[in-house]
Write a new protein. Structure first.
Length: 220
């Protein structure tokens, strides 16, 4: 009778021990996991610039008799061409011009006057302005803005390009206009310097040599 009780007691202890071992194993087992991934791609819009005649404004042959004595300047007829920039996604757009002939501008009152090249050594042929007007975004009329910072407080129907500063399409102050197709008339107005700034009269044919690098920037 004693042996039977002892055997029962041992079986009970073994059962309890096995249960405790099972619980301990379950407590230390790693819980199942899964990975959630978020993927995608942020793409930069691709834009094509359509500049008539590859951006060349050719004023043809200009008679030297138009050049005046002293510092009196001579304005030449304006020439306007419509530029179109087409992007494959909706974006904002602006342009920052850099004058590649800055040292040859006969007038440096503002950075809106760009150089036309050199003559007679260090003489200067003159300068020119570039004005934008008739701006559109997705074929809808748009205003233009100009700024030397990232903010702008006013817009208008036209804007001059300034070397190193930003000109872009906008609907209101600090509100750029987004779209896929941007257009504007780019009007060039050359001004010939006088004999004094040219360092003498013209004795041989010279080439007007204005050049701007137009840095277009886009992005939402």
């Amino acid at each position: 009778m004693v042996e039977a009780r002892l055997e029962y007691k041992m079986k009970k202890q073994l059962t309890v021990l096995a249960f405790l071992i099972l619980c301990a194993t379950a407590a230390h087992a790693a819980p199942p996991t899964a990975e959630l991934k978020v993927k995608g791609e942020i793409g930069v819009p691709a834009c094509n610039i359509n500049a008539p005649d590859n951006g060349v404004y050719n004023f043809g042959n200009i008679s030297s008799t138009q050049i005046k004595s002293g510092t009196t300047t001579t304005g030449l007829p304006k020439m306007s061409k419509s530029w179109t920039i087409i992007c494959d996604a909706s974006t904002y757009l602006n342009v920052t011009p850099i004058d590649n002939r800055a040292a040859t501008a006969s007038s440096t009152e503002t950075k809106a006057r760009f150089g036309l090249g050199s003559i007679n050594g260090n003489g200067k042929i003159g300068f020119y302005w570039v004005a934008l007007s008739n701006a559109k975004v997705d074929n809808q009329p748009s205003n233009l803005y100009y700024t030397s910072t990232n903010a702008f407080t006013s817009v208008g129907t036209s804007a001059n390009l300034w070397s190193g500063s930003i000109t872009g399409w906008a609907s209101a102050a600090n509100t750029q206009t987004a779209g896929k197709v941007f257009s504007a008339d780019f009007e060039v107005e050359p001004v010939l310097a006088g004999v004094t700034d040219m360092k003498g009269t013209i004795t041989e044919d010279i080439k007007i040599d204005g050049s701007l690098t137009m840095n277009f920037a886009f992005g939402i």
